[in-house]
Design a protein around this ligand. Structure first.
Ligand code: FDA
Length: 393
């Protein structure tokens, strides 16, 4: 049977970062993955340009049962540390909105950087290798399609359940459970929301309309980003963000003209240009198709502003600024960017990502119950947690 120091399951963002660090420390490292290529989610991320980190990654941008858990790893390997590696590899990048950093060119550059660092450091990357079983007799012994391999340290880095078509599985959760670790409830996150009945009908009629300046809120949580109407309901960054907080049965509030008091603006327009029709007035504030739909829904289509009492302007304003909507579900793991929940952080040491009760077992990346907002935070968690485990295995 082959023997090594460290086996890492999963050649994604976290697994490759961990492999680079552990191999640089002189550990014999083998990375196993069932996929034919490493880092497939990196390759498709950020629309092919990989939003590889965010300028700042404070703990408030992460969801977890223990919101303090991520602080240690995030402060030891920071966005600046990852940017320094990207710069050293000669990868050009730019900042989009909200501190989000993207490659100027292809996301493949990030994959290539990690693979070449991994190979240079002396780690062995083995693809197209399925894991059949794991047992423990003081060491971890893995039965794989390429035979058995034993190691004192086993790192679970197989990510979450999102996009099963790309090979996502619940393997990390299964192995964690096999060794007695608790796994919190998992659910799709950063995912479009779906609707039914009359709400679906009104939203789907606007499929393709984008509202750049929107605000979506749920209780005290609010996101100021774009909203997109789809055939199934709503998508766009603000919706993906709120989806991580939304639970079945809750209503969200959507403001489709963030920063503008629509009723007040309509009142001013009525005084100045009372002859224009409602949808024409609204189209100065929101996309024309949406303006027409709001006018129709409030019974004001084709009517002149001058004829509208304050009560009607208030109702039209509310339909734009405070629209309450009740999603019935999400588009699920098929399109979710991440999985919320995972291996319970109570089971892990925040500094080393080691399982407290199972010596030698570590869990990193999306498999852990730490989920970032949209905007480069999930990769930063993968880099930081992978780096932290890489110093310890
Ligand atoms: P990751 O999923 O990267 O890697 C897991 C690896 O384990 C894979 O290589 C997989 O093949 C392997 N594996 C799984 N099951 C296995 C099994 N049973 N046996 C063997 N191997 C197995 N985040 C961000 O910060 N910025 C962004 O721009 C984006 N964009 C984005 C777009 C899309 C479409 C998605 C789906 C996701 C994003 N994300 C993102 C999220 C980000 O991709 C994700 O959080 C990280 O890739 C997680 O890194 P991990 O290494 O934990 O898992």
């Amino acid at each position: 049977m082959e023997e090594t120091d460290v086996v890492i399951l999963g050649a994604g963002a976290a697994g490759m970062m961990c492999a680079v660090e552990a191999a640089r420390r002189g550990r014999r490292v083998v990375v196993l993955d069932h996929a034919r290529r490493p880092g497939e989610k990196i390759r498709i991320s950020g629309g092919g340009r990989c939003n590889f980190t965010n300028r700042a990654a404070p703990p408030e941008r992460f969801l977890s049962r223990n919101p303090r858990f991520a602080i240690s790893a995030l402060s030891r390997f920071t966005p600046a540390d990852f940017i320094a590696r990207v710069d050293a590899a000669g990868i050009a990048w730019h900042e989009k909105t909200l501190g989000q950093l993207f490659c100027d060119g292809s996301a493949r550059q990030i994959v290539d950087m990690l693979v070449s660092q991994l190979v240079e450091a002396g780690a062995s990357l083995r693809l197209s290798t399925a894991i059949h079983a794991v047992r423990h007799d003081g060491r971890f012994i893995l039965a794989t399609t390429a035979g058995e391999i034993a190691a004192a340290r086993l790192v679970l880095a197989t990510g979450g359940r999102s996009i099963p078509k790309m090979g996502a599985t619940g393997l990390a959760y299964e192995i964690a459970r096999q060794f007695g670790l608790a796994v919190t409830e998992t659910r799709p996150a950063l995912v479009p929301l779906t609707f039914a009945g009359a709400e679906l009908k009104s939203l789907a009629a606007l499929a393709g309309v984008a509202v750049p300046a929107a605000r979506v809120s749920l209780g005290r949580t609010a996101f100021d980003e774009a909203v997109l109407f789809t055939h199934r309901g709503l998508s766009g960054p603000a919706i993906l963000q709120i989806s991580s907080y939304w639970r079945e049965g809750q209503a969200i509030t959507v403001d489709l003209a963030r920063g503008q008091d629509v009723a007040a603006t309509l009142g001013q327009l009525r005084a100045r240009e009372g002859r224009i029709e409602m949808q024409t007035a609204l189209a100065r504030l929101i996309p024309a198709r949406l303006a027409a739909a709001v006018a129709a829904a409030t019974g004001t289509a084709g009517q002149r502003l001058a004829d509208q009492p304050n009560r009607v302007l208030a109702a039209v304003g509310a339909a734009v600024n405070r629209r309450a909507l009740r999603p019935v579900g999400t588009e699920g793991y098929r399109t979710a960017e991440v999985t919320l929940g995972g291996v319970d952080t109570d089971e892990l040491d925040a500094r080393t990502m080691a399982a407290r009760r199972v010596p030698g077992l570590h869990v990193i990346g999306e498999a852990v119950d730490v989920t970032g907002w949209l905007g480069g935070y999930n990769f930063q968690w993968a880099w930081s947690s992978g780096w932290a485990a890489g110093q310890a295995v």
